[in-house]
Design a protein around this ligand. Structure first.
Ligand code: GFB
Length: 312
């Protein structure tokens, strides 16, 4: 059934993919943005919700970035994400929203989980210090979903999304996640003829990567499913940062040397989600392989380099 959905962050890297997936299913998706819709301002947030009168809110907006910005800007990351979430939930409750889906993150999991991360591990220990401020704001959203369900009967849903990559990402070193960061570094080296590329850390950490359009499809499926427990969204496949760098080097035709700067942080040593529940609840698994998704992203990046490099 078609719903009127207010999507926050709907023009951003992930939000635009969520908008596509929801519109493809016939939903009416409204994607307001600043300056009219400023979620740091409670009055502006309420005004927009009163105008749009959505049945459902999908909250994808976040002040976010890769490991670099998580280490550099803990205050802005904590403050902005908590205030935006609090203002949005308050306004949604005031205008009678029926359902809120808040996008969660794998970095809200404890920093040390043995094996793949299951939904039941979510509250089992402290977060990794490198991503604690960001990760905890996603835990706050999970608690908010439960509070607004208990207090006002609003249905709450949360996909816990693993590391995203894809077109329209941020590629500059300061804010980028590792996949986009490496694409830019290797592409720039090929363009300038540089003989080496410097990557952060030891290359040993293991990450799981999901193509942004696949993760958006999972969000759309979760919304339809009516499932209200937090649900992991990923591929379940772990890749070391070293392997990732080698794939990106091959796909960008870089032939020089890869150097590891061990003064830079490794972050969590292993972050891979157990996706068995996702496969049964959504009856689906992500169709895009890491190689295929990276190839598409690299193609897009090279064709839109100036625009992509300007996003910081
Ligand atoms: O995607 P990422 O920045 O964040 O990946 P997290 C960091 C891993 O890639 C670390 C290595 O092991 C880094 O040492 N790496 C190597 C690099 N070269 C680079 C580089 O040039 N740039 C970056 N950024 N990393 C994320 C959070 O943590 O978890 C996100 O930052 C998100 O906000 C996600 O929530 C789920 O995977 O460590």
């Amino acid at each position: 059934m078609s719903e009127r959905i207010l999507l926050t962050g709907g023009t951003g890297f992930f939000g635009r993919r969520i908008a596509e997936a929801l519109r493809a299913r016939g939903h009416k998706v409204v994607t307001p943005g600043r300056p009219d819709f400023d979620m740091m301002d409670s009055a502006s947030t309420l005004r927009t919700l009163e105008q749009v009168r959505p049945e459902t809110v999908v909250h994808s907006a976040a002040h976010y970035g890769g490991l670099g910005i998580c280490v550099a800007e803990p205050i802005a990351i904590f403050h902005r994400n908590v205030v935006m979430g609090a203002n949005l939930f308050d306004a949604a409750a005031k205008v009678g929203v029926k359902k809120i889906l808040a996008v969660g993150s794998a970095c809200a999991y404890p920093g040390q989980v043995a094996g793949d991360m299951k939904e039941s591990d979510f509250w089992s220990g402290p977060l990794h210090p490198s991503v604690e401020a960001y990760g905890f704001t996603k835990k706050v959203l999970e608690v908010a979903l439960r509070a607004y369900n208990k207090g006002q009967g609003i249905i709450g849903q949360m996909p816990i999304v693993t590391n995203l990559y894809g077109e329209y990402d941020v590629f500059g070193e300061y804010r980028s996640h590792v996949a986009a960061a490496l694409i830019k570094k290797f592409a720039d080296a090929v363009q300038s003829g540089a003989k080496e590329v410097v990557c952060w850390g030891t290359g040993a950490p293991v990450r799981e990567f999901i193509y942004s359009a696949d993760a958006a499809e999972a969000v759309a499926r979760l919304l339809e499913s009516g499932y209200t427990e937090p649900l992991n969204v990923g591929t379940g496949i772990g890749t070391t940062i070293k392997e990732l760098s080698e794939i990106v080097a091959r796909l960008t035709h870089f032939q020089g040397e890869i150097v590891w700067d061990t003064t830079k942080p490794d972050g969590v040593l292993r972050k891979v989600l157990d996706v068995s529940k996702m496969e049964s609840v959504l009856n689906w698994r992500p169709p895009t392989s890491l190689e295929a998704g990276l190839a598409k992203t690299i193609k897009w990046y090279l064709a839109n380099k100036a625009e992509a490099d300007a996003r910081n």
